[in-house]
Design a protein around this ligand. Structure first.
Ligand SMILES: Cc1ncc(COP(=O)(O)O)c(C=O)c1O
Length: 389
């Protein structure tokens, strides 16, 4: 078959046709362990019965109306997300990049509201916020910006996990900080325990908004609903997407206080954002995570997997670091290791390599004890054999 899809992805030569739990089957009937959950999306695994039932029920009732009208399921979803996060309100869109666009628009409006003509947002080295023009400009990765100049203006970049660098900023035009609580694409970088609280303090002192990109870390991935809850703080703005509806496209930008007042009628919109189908899936995700107590399991499983990989790999000379939070796990090697992805695939595992040298694992929350042991043993063997060559 000729491929007329734009070549924006260096795709691996496999097509999946069916999934169940942590498993995927390709068109030839081979089975694979999905250790990245569609990159932090299918946290409850593939073809989850409660999510499938909610989607099919809603599809038979009402797929879409328009944000010109009230959408009851959207109001319910906003209420749940505000209850779980402590924020005040939510704007719904369709992806992580769009959620961050909404956050950046809030920051700009907030700046203008404070009399700043050209508001700026503090962003971090190695960050990733999406591929739209504003979000790739905010991202700290020159590779994704290359060829798309002129970039969107108004960002001030500092090193990640460096409170002193943020405290040293004395630019009068700063309106907000945008930061990932744990950097995902940047190499599974977990900042120091006092980092978010330190950013909160600086933001409060200077009147800046603290905006957290929880697109990858949110919805239980780190063992709490949102990663900021490990730090005991509240952001002014938080963005979500990925796991929010376990694979049905949806994004959300939540805000609090004055930040929640910035996008008034006519200031932002999305045709599909928060439509009944996507909201029904997200509500089923929240109900399942809550009623089946998955977050406790994520926290415990994350600790066990991290310890398990450390026991098996930490002594290995090619392993630089093993780190993570909850079920976001990074194994950093001393050389680029993109080749590991194809080797893992050949052994029936879907893994990811990010920031050139870090094997990133984002397993579904639902893996059982046997699957946990298989993941630990098989990937440790693979990494050991790969680095020995
Ligand atoms: C932290 C973070 N923000 C934003 C995005 C962009 O999300 P999307 O691909 O849904 O636009 C991603 C995607 O990987 C991400 O990890």
């Amino acid at each position: 078959m000729t491929d007329q899809v734009m070549p924006t992805y260096a795709r691996l030569p496999v097509t999946f046709e069916r999934g169940e739990g942590v498993w995927l089957w390709d068109t030839a009937g081979n089975r694979y362990f999905d250790a990245i959950s569609g990159v932090a999306v299918c946290s409850l695994g593939h073809a989850h019965p409660a999510i499938a039932a909610a989607i099919s029920r809603q599809a038979g009732q009402l797929l879409h109306t328009s944000n010109i009208y009230r959408i009851g399921l959207q109001q319910q979803l906003a209420a749940h997300l505000c209850r779980l996060s402590g924020l005040d309100n939510a704007f719904f869109c369709n992806s992580g990049a769009e959620a961050n666009e909404a956050a950046l628009k809030i920051a700009r409006r907030y700046g203008h509201h404070r009399g700043i003509e050209s508001p700026r947002v503090v962003v971090m080295d190695r960050s990733f916020h999406g591929r739209t023009l504003a979000t790739l400009s905010a991202s700290g990765n020159p590779r994704i910006q290359d060829g798309f100049e002129p970039l969107v203006q108004g960002f001030i970049r500092v090193p990640y996990n460096d409170l002193a660098a943020v405290a040293a900023l004395d630019h009068p035009d700063i309106a907000a900080i945008l930061v990932e609580p744990v950097q995902g694409e940047g190499g599974v970088r977990v900042p120091a325990g006092d980092y978010l609280a330190g950013l909160r303090r600086i933001a409060d002192e200077r009147g800046w908004l603290l905006m957290l990109d929880e697109v990858q870390t949110g919805m239980g991935r780190t063992g709490t609903w949102f990663a900021f809850q490990h730090a005991g703080i509240l952001p002014d703005v938080m963005t979500l997407a990925k796991a929010l509806a376990n694979g049905v496209p949806i994004g959300a930008c939540l805000a609090r206080g004055v930040a929640g007042e910035m996008l008034s009628a006519g200031k932002h919109a999305s045709t599909f954002g928060g439509n009944p189908l996507a909201c029904s899936a997200a509500l089923a995700v929240i109900d399942t995570l809550e009623s089946e107590h998955w977050l406790e399991r994520v926290a415990a499983l994350g600790v066990r997997l991290l310890a398990g990989f450390k026991t098996r790999l930490a002594h290995h000379p090619a392993v630089v670091d093993i780190r993570g939070l909850g079920l976001m796990i990074g194994i950093e090697l001393d050389t680029p290791c993109a080749g590991l992805v194809a080797e893992a695939l050949a052994r029936g595992y879907l893994i990811n390599v990010t920031a050139d040298t870090t094997v990133r694992l984002l397993p579904p929350f639902i893996l059982n004890d046997q699957e946990e042991t298989a993941l630990l043993n098989d990937l440790s063997t693979l990494i050991t054999e790969y680095t020995a060559r």
